[in-house]
Design a protein around this ligand. Structure first.
Ligand code: ZN
Length: 229
């Protein structure tokens, strides 16, 4: 077994299990380069003094390598899942349900909000960004990943209509998740570099940061960082 790196989330060894971008896995926490790039982004923000150990953190999932890292680092951690059959704020199997388009948290509740590959699945992402802006404290950060195409403009793939039906503008693209299975979740859009403009339109100061680390096997992985100034 060839050890190719060391995980910044748990100090575990990273091995190459295949040649895709997800193939560089930590043996201990199962992190991918996406999770480790988020860890590098958190370390950056912490270095600027904006993320103390008692920070109020909200993560939009209840499992996985980055969730496990957050739950060790931050005592004041809120987390949730999205279930389409549960009212936001209610619990299912001990986990709170939240819809990022209508969060049940109060204004200025969090120092940092974070998610991994979520916003491309949110029907009205701008509404979601507005809600995250509302629940962040002034000076708080939204730190997240989405699949980013090497294009300037975001391509809308599908629209959720008022009657609840979905209009497909392009052939549907589904991504796997732990709850809905390997082909369970529709991607409403493919983001381009203008994701920054979408975030700035609701008040954030946003940027796309690219992370590289040989030691941690992170190679040009993008993390979007949006500051509520
Ligand atoms: Zn790890």
């Amino acid at each position: 077994m060839f050890i190719s790196g060391k995980c910044n989330l748990c100090n575990g060894p990273i091995i190459k299990i295949n040649s895709t971008q997800f193939g560089q896995r930590c043996i201990f926490c199962r992190s991918t380069p996406i999770h480790r790039a988020l860890g590098l982004a958190f370390a950056d923000i912490r270095g600027r003094g904006a993320l103390p150990a008692d920070a109020a953190v909200y993560e939009m999932s209840s499992r996985g390598a980055f969730f496990n890292y957050l739950s060790k680092q931050y005592k004041n951690l809120q987390y949730s899942e999205y279930y389409d059959d549960v009212e936001p704020g209610a619990y299912k199997a001990g986990v709170q349900c939240q819809d990022v388009q209508r969060l049940t948290f109060g204004d200025a509740s969090f120092d940092v909000v974070t998610s991994t590959e979520v916003f491309e699945h949110v029907p009205d992402d701008i509404k979601g960004y507005r809600e995250v802006y509302r629940v962040l404290k002034p000076g708080g950060h939204l730190v997240f990943t989405v699949p980013l195409a090497d294009t300037d403009k975001t391509v809308e793939r599908a629209v959720l209509k008022e009657d609840g039906s979905i209009e497909h503008l392009l052939p549907p693209e589904y991504h796997g998740d732990r709850i809905r299975g390997s082909n369970g979740v529709l991607a409403f859009r493919t983001y381009g570099a203008d994701i920054v403009d979408r975030l700035n339109s609701v008040g954030f100061s946003a940027s796309i940061e690219r992370y590289n680390s040989r030691k941690e096997r992170v190679s040009n992985n993008a993390v979007v960082i949006a500051l509520k100034g």
